[in-house]
Design a protein. Structure first.
Length: 249
């Protein structure tokens, strides 16, 4: 169905230029700690990182003794992930809606607002594929900006720079569809490129209902430090489990 994965316009070849350095080392360590904590991870366990990008999280987890498979549709970002890779991290060019990976995993990640860039049916396909990839009792972790907080401080314009290169974005929010619509201008070496995209901004209650409907159970919500989510948390992590089989309950 999705045999030829194509990178989303929001993640073109210049994505890493503007986004690779936006997280501090301290913040990145906290992300890895949160994933280990919420995922119940121990060295030797298997993690599937859907939409892994340039391997920021996958390589970090692999360095902590985990076996990680990263899937992404961008060959450019996967090349960076491999070049900076760890022996315990394997990268696959593929589609997060139907990843072609071997075996089952203890944790599946859809991290750093990787859900919502296509249609809602595509998001359902991604979460369904994650469910199939998990071992019984395995955990799904979906991370993004927390809309309860972000929606109150929504910026209509954002800008990032790297040297003389600039990424400018104009945003608007469609409350009927729950979508952020963005017009983007990228200026690199004085050459300007324009494109547009949208992101479905899911609230945690929506994601909870969706995962339960797809067959997950024991759904909880947490902040960026792994604590229980509050209305003022900056980021949100939804955790859901693949149900145990009858013999394991």
């Amino acid at each position: 169905m999705h045999e030829t994965p194509q990178p989303h316009p929001a993640f073109e070849a210049d994505y890493d230029r503007f986004w690779r350095r936006y997280r501090s080392e301290k913040a990145e360590t906290q992300e890895l700690d949160t994933i280990e904590h919420l995922g119940g991870l121990r060295p030797g366990m298997r993690v599937l990182d859907l939409a892994c990008g340039f391997g920021r999280i996958a390589n970090g987890l692999a360095a902590r003794g985990l076996e990680v498979v990263g899937v992404d549709s961008s060959r450019h970002l996967l090349q960076i992930a491999c070049e900076e890779g760890h022996p315990s991290a394997t990268y696959v060019h593929g589609d997060m809606r139907n990843p072609q990976v071997d075996g089952r995993f203890d944790v599946v990640l859809v991290w750093s607002t990787s859900l919502g860039y296509y249609q809602e049916s595509d998001d359902e396909a991604t979460l369904s594929s994650a469910l199939r990839a998990l071992v019984p009792g395995g955990r799904l972790l979906v991370e993004s900006r927390h809309w309860d907080t972000f929606g109150r401080t929504f910026d209509s314009y954002t800008e990032k720079s790297h040297g003389d290169d600039v990424l400018r974005e104009w945003h608007r929010y469609d409350p009927l569809l729950g979508r952020q619509c963005t017009e983007q201008e990228v200026v690199i070496d004085d050459r300007s490129t324009r494109r547009s995209y949208h992101v479905r901004r899911y609230g945690i209650p929506e994601l909870r209902s969706l995962t339960l409907r797809l067959g997950y159970d024991r759904v909880t919500a947490h902040d960026e430090g792994g604590r229980l989510l509050t209305p003022t948390s900056e980021r949100a992590v939804l955790r859901a489990h693949r149900p145990l089989t009858g013999d394991e309950q």
